[in-house]
Write a protein that binds this ligand. Sequence first.
Ligand code: CTP
Length: 479
Amino acid sequence: MTQEFHKKVIQHPIFKLIGETSEELGMDSYVIGGFVRDYLLNRGIPKDIDIVAIGSGIQLAQKVASKLKGNPQVSVFKNFGTAMIKHEDLELEFVGARKESYQRNSRKPIVEDGSLQDDQNRRDFTINAMALALNPSNFGQLLDPFDGRKDLGRKIIRTPLDPKITYSDDPLRMMRAIRFASQLNFEIEIRSLQAILENKDRIKIVSEERIVDELHKILLSEKPSMGFKLMHQTGLLPLILPELTALQGIEEIEGQRHKDNFWHTLEVVDNISENTDNLWLRWAALLHDIGKAPTKRFHKKIGWTFHAHEFVGSKMVYKLFKRLRMPLNDKMKFVQKMVLMSSRPIALSEDHVTDSAVRRLVFDAGDYVDDLMTLCEADITTKNPKKQRKYKNNFKIVRQKIVEVEEKDQVRNFQPPVSGEEIMKTFNLKPSKEIGIIKDAIKEAILEGDIPNEYEAAYQFMVEKGKQMNLKPASNENE
Ligand code: CTP
C-alpha cells in the first residue's frame, strides 16, 4: 500500500483541517486506532475517529471547532484530558499522546504526556496501534511500528508489547482480543492466548457493563461460537458465564448417553445467527439450555432426563442478567419467554401437528411466535439426516399452520370475545370465581377449535356453560 492510498483513507476534508490546525499550534497530530484498522480492512468508514496530538488534545479540539461551520460545541473531559466534537455524522475524539503506567488492582492508569511511540506502545493490539499523520509535511504517512498492517493481512491479534503486560495492565483487553477475533475471524497469537490464560482471574477488576459490551459484540459477530470457544479455551467462560460451562460434558450410565449441551448450544447460536441479527434472540439461543445442568437426572427406565429445564432455565436467566448488571427489562423478559417456550414447537412437531396445538402455541407465544420458531429451527443440530429432514419438514407444517390459524382465529394477542362484565350482567353475578371459570372455558373452547374466536359463538357458548353451572340468565329473572 502506498502513501497515496493512505492519503485516500483520510480524504475527508476534516483531516486536512485538523492537520493544518495542529501545524499552526506547533503540534503533530495523527488519526489512530479503530478508524485506521477498519478502513484498511474495508469495513466501511468508521464514524468514531480518534485523533492523537503531541501536545494538548483539548487545545487542538477547541481550535478545530472554531474553524468549523457552525462552531460545534467541544465537550471537554478534563479528568481524561480528552475533548469531543460532533461534526456532520462524525464523532471526533481528541487526546494528547500519553504514556501510561498501571497499578495492580485498577484499570485506571497513571497518565503522563508522551510521544507518539509511547502512545502506540500503550495500545492493546498491533492492528489498533496504527497511526496516519495529518500535518501537511507528512500527511497520509502510516506510522506502524509493530507491523499492524501485516497482522491485518495475516489475520492475527497480537499485542505491541509483551502480552503479559498488555493484559495485566488492562484485563478488559482479554475480552477485546476474543471479541476482535470473533468479529474479524482472526486468530489470537499463541503468546497472547497464554497470557490471557495466566491473567484470566484479573477479569474481576473489570466492570460487568464493559464485559457485557464485549459479550454483545461477540454474540453479534457472524459466527459467535468462535468467541465463546476462545473464552472456554482461555478459562474466561466459567468466570463470566458459569451456567454455560456447566453444560459441558457427556455422561454415560448403563450405556445411555446424553449429548454435550455446551457444544450443542454453540451450534445453535451459530445456526440462529444465520437467520437473525436480533441480539436478544441470539442471547436466547445462548441460554436456551442452561436449565439442563441443574435438572439432569438418570432414571433406570427412561434414561437421562432434564425435567422442567425450560422453567428452571428461565429463572436462571433473571439471575444471570442481574449478576451481569444487564437491564431487567422487556429484553430480559423476552429472553426468559424464549427459554421457557424453547421446547414447545419441537414437542409439537414430533407427532402429527394438530390445529389446536398450533393455536395454543400462538396463544402462548403471542407476537414472539416467529422468533420462537426461528430459535427452535436453530435448535435442530442432529447429525442424523433422516431426523433432520423430519424436523425441518414438520416445522414447515407448523409455520404454515400458524398462518392459517391466525387467519381464522387471531389468537396471537388474544382478547376474550365476551368480557367479564357481560358475563356478570348476563347471569346477574357479583365478582366471583364463576366468571373466571366461564371466561376460561370460552378461551379453552376457542383454543381447542370447538368454537371460532367470534362474539356470537362465544356468547352462545357462555349461555350454555352457565346453564351447566346452574346459573340463571338475568333476563329470565325479570320475566
Ligand atoms: N484501546 C486500548 N485498550 C482498551 C481500549 C481501547 O488500547 N482497553 C485503544 C485501541 O487502540 C483502540 C482505541 O483505543 O483502537 C479506541 O478504542 P475503542 O473506541 O474502544 O475501540 P475501537 O478499536 O475503535 O473498536 P470498536 O469501535 O469496535 O470497539
